[in-house]
Design a protein around this ligand. Sequence first.
Ligand SMILES: NC(=O)c1ccc[n+]([C@@H]2O[C@H](COP(=O)([O-])OP(=O)(O)OC[C@H]3O[C@@H](n4cnc5c(N)ncnc54)[C@H](OP(=O)(O)O)[C@@H]3O)[C@@H](O)[C@H]2O)c1
Length: 297
Amino acid sequence: MAKIAFLGAGMMGQPIIRNFLRGGHAVTVYNRTLDKARPLEALGAVLAPTPKEAATGADVIISSLTNDDASKVTWNGPDGALQAEPKPGAYAIEMSTVSLTWVSELNELAKARGLHFLDCPVAGRPDVAEAGQLKVFAGGSAADVDALRPVLDAISKSVMHVGGVGRGITFKLIYNVMGAIQVAACAEGMQACEAAGIDIAVAAEGFSTGATGSPHVARHSRYMAENSHEDPVQFSGSMRIKDMAYGIQLIEDAGGQSVIGHAAKQVFEQMVELGMGDLNDSELIDTLRVVHKKDRA
Ligand SMILES: NC(=O)c1ccc[n+]([C@@H]2O[C@H](COP(=O)([O-])OP(=O)(O)OC[C@H]3O[C@@H](n4cnc5c(N)ncnc54)[C@H](OP(=O)(O)O)[C@@H]3O)[C@@H](O)[C@H]2O)c1
């Protein structure tokens, strides 16, 4: 069993940590707001006041943090995890959805400290994380991914080795741009049905069971029809914008275009402008209702 340092006990971090503990791993947890991680102590986690202290003596250091800024300070700040004396052969894993630029830089920093680095972003919301059913998109050498499978198996239903370092986050960001487009398209279709006088419960059923019915559409159209969104919030409109900004940048840096990505990002930005950015992404339909009302006034 591995000695894991886990950095970031947020909505994703907490269920992931619980599954590592259930799997028999020893977990030391750092969270910026330490009190939020207290409930994990009763399950056997040890809390550390700094990332550096959490990482000391760990076989595997994993982070699940909001964005580039949070990851940079937690790994590379004055008390960051990279300041810890690395255990020979230890691994550093970035599990957050951050930019490819930062992942590439972090890889170099980790390697310079003698750590094996992998990017292992995940797909699945907190309820999926709780069930230990995440999908891991791994970037790193085949040997490193294989060595870490027993650890990653404790939190996931599949570990997809996408390629070398950086390929995991590259795939995840493109995947999330596609996902956000689907959620935006679902909100647009549902609101359009409502405006055109179709019962939106019927619309949700039709969209979910027809060729339009991706898991995103099936899940979100039901929340929209029932007007009962996830409580507590599992993935907000603002988080969608963060992922899309990194993803669109990556697509354009690779020479591609993201016309539909930009359009979807724009509607999530309207959500933020209306003060709804911290709500679930499925509540995008309410933004479209407000915009529709304004346009008709
Ligand atoms: N939620 C989902 O459905 C989902 C699914 C797949 C992937 N993800 C990705 O997983 C990562 C974590 O998401 P989450 O849903 O767990 O978010 P969250 O609940 O908001 O947790 C964010 C974590 O980052 C920490 N943090 C934020 N800013 C920081 C800073 N400046 N310095 C140090 N720590 C900071 C927070 O600490 P505090 O507690 O002190 O605020 C918390 O531990 C994100 O990259 C997200 O995109 C999320």
